[in-house]
Design a protein around this ligand. Structure first.
Ligand SMILES: [Zn+2]
Length: 130
């Protein structure tokens, strides 16, 4: 093992959360130097410090737990964005409408022209172009 490998042995190393934090660090340091606001640069140092602390940490379980929470949260944010996008634009094959009666989201196939949609939940009928 070389010196770096020996140093990193038993330490946590890199994960998704750290990569994300490095991204924020870079973004903040760019914004900080462009806007010439040193406070933003100091905040980016804080993020960098946190990344280094996590990388060299020997409390692997705790760091893995943090990463797991981050990944779950990140996935949830991505999912809600996808859901939002789907609601507004639909997918390749389907469009999404909200029932005017009970606000239930209803999926209908695209390209069927004007159709009468019956809500599966409250049986309300409404006409939409698909
Ligand atoms: Zn309904």
């Amino acid at each position: 093992m070389n010196r770096f490998q020996r140093f990193m042995y038993g330490r946590y190393g890199m994960d998704h959360l750290s990569r994300f934090l490095i991204g924020i660090t870079l973004l903040l340091s760019i914004i900080g130097s462009l806007s010439k606001k040193s406070i933003i640069i100091y905040i980016s140092y804080l993020f960098l410090f946190f990344v280094l602390f996590r990388m060299f940490s020997k409390n692997i379980q705790q760091r893995a737990k943090e990463n797991r929470i981050f990944v779950q949260l990140f996935q949830r944010i991505i999912n809600s964005f996808q859901k939002l996008k789907r609601t507004f634009f639909g997918t390749k094959t389907h469009k999404y409408y909200r029932c005017p009666g009970c606000r239930q989201t209803i999926r209908v196939p695209k390209g069927k022209g004007k159709i009468c949609i019956t809500c599966p939940k409250c049986r309300a009928e409404f006409i939409r172009r698909t």
